[in-house]
Write a protein that binds this ligand. Structure first.
Ligand SMILES: [Zn+2]
Length: 132
């Protein structure tokens, strides 16, 4: 679990309380670019969940599908203060990432059918902007 953590950390910016398990990678753009990834939803930020950072220039594009593979259970999730949030879900013994765009109506998409190990690696890539 060391891959995907390098090169994204910015030192010396600790003014905001970040998610503990991401240690200092919390970052909120000052000026929304119009990208839904950066937009704030109407939810107040509880500040306890992860906030995915902006994608890097060479991020991996995941294939998103609109249908889940059956019933699923949420393992981890990013903060719902963003218009777009993600959930790591367990589904029939495999793991997927669920993306929710909080529009009216909300848009749901799913990707992956991974083992937990693979899913956690991909989850970290999503959080660090290396895959979306
Ligand atoms: Zn938040």
């Amino acid at each position: 679990m060391t891959r995907g953590r390098s090169g994204v950390r910015r030192g010396g910016r600790e003014s905001s309380p970040g998610p503990p398990h991401l240690g200092g990678e919390y970052e909120l753009p000052d000026t929304p670019s119009g990208d839904p990834e950066d937009a704030r939803s109407a939810w107040p930020c509880p500040g306890v969940s992860a906030h995915p950072v902006r994608v890097t220039s060479e991020y991996r594009a995941l294939g998103w599908d609109s249908l889940p593979q059956g019933r699923y259970r949420v393992v981890e999730h990013t903060c719902s203060c963003r218009t777009v949030f993600y959930e790591l879900v367990s589904c029939g013994g495999l793991y997927m990432i669920h993306r929710v765009i909080q529009r009216r109506p909300p848009e749901h998409a799913f990707t992956g059918r991974w083992t937990l190990r693979e899913a956690r690696e991909m989850w970290q890539r999503v959080l660090t902007g290396q895959a979306r």
